[in-house]
Design a protein around this ligand. Structure first.
Ligand SMILES: [Zn+2]
Ligand SMILES: [Zn+2]
Length: 261
């Protein structure tokens, strides 16, 4: 059976990703209202009672907003790092203690295996995630300021990648954000630019067929077509564009799913 990966929403207005196979189903991040997440799942014929759990990458509101409601309403366990639990404030504190699970090692849900690795971002203990099923692997790295060799080793050769292409550097420099905020976004603990995303991708692609989602685009400092063209140009220049199925993750609705056979 196949591993399905589907971004349900992406960007600073809220992030959620569905992963699953025929038996097990997980939500990664829960950054919209519980009601909206249910609607997004339903738009893909997915039902909340079928979920096995929620994994949170870090405590920023655009990743946890609906986690409490979803956990309580559907009795779901929520997994995240100790630092994220302590930094998550009311939203995470209000999850029943029996459903608060520490992400301390890899997780298994049936044949789905999930591993995590640290990311450089201005949160307490942010993580990227790897999802494996048999020989297939998906990687999720949104909300990171810079890459590192350990991270690239982990995600090398993935069959599907959800990767941040947050901003166009020129749009950020000339856009509406005050200087301090621009510097935070550009910092090694901020967000990845379109160019950084393209070069990172060019170092980790090694699959005949790879599905790539450009994710977490800034609404003010980026544009889907600019992100796509920038990344496509870099991949072409680096000679690694063959076999890449690239799409920009939708901001407010579910993207086309990747089905890895
Ligand atoms: Zn975010
Ligand atoms: Zn963040």
């Amino acid at each position: 059976m196949s591993l399905t990966i589907c971004p349900l929403a992406s960007g600073s207005s809220g992030n959620a990703i569905y992963i699953g196979d025929d038996k097990n189903r997980i939500l990664i991040d829960c950054g919209l209202s519980g009601k909206r997440i249910e609607e997004l799942l339903q738009s893909r014929d997915l039902a909340c009672p079928d979920l096995d759990g929620i994994i949170l990458t870090h405590e920023h509101t655009d990743h946890i907003k609906g986690a409490g409601v979803m956990a309580r309403r559907w009795g779901l366990p929520v997994y995240t790092r100790p630092g994220t639990w302590s930094a998550g404030g009311e939203i995470l504190e209000n999850i029943p203690s029996g459903q608060q699970k520490l992400l301390l090692s890899g997780l298994s849900f049936g044949r789905l295996e999930i591993d995590y690795f640290p990311l450089s971002h201005d949160a307490r203990e942010p993580v990227g995630l790897l999802v494996r099923r048999g020989s297939r692997q998906g990687a999720l790295i949104t909300d990171l300021g810079e890459s590192n060799p350990g991270l690239e080793e982990k995600i090398y050769g993935s069959d599907a990648l959800i990767i941040e292409a947050n901003h166009d550097p020129d749009m950020l420099a000339t856009g509406p954000y005050p200087q301090f905020l621009q510097e935070r976004i550009r910092s090694p603990r901020g967000h990845l630019s379109n160019d950084d995303c393209g070069f990172l991708l060019s170092r980790v692609l090694n699959s005949q067929q790879v599905q790539v989602y450009l994710a977490h685009l800034s609404q003010d400092n980026n544009d889907p077509s600019i992100a796509r063209i920038t990344v496509e140009n870099i991949l072409r220049e680096q000679g690694v564009d063959a076999g890449v199925d690239l799409q920009v993750a939708e901001r407010n609705c579910a993207s086309r799913p990747s089905v890895l056979l």
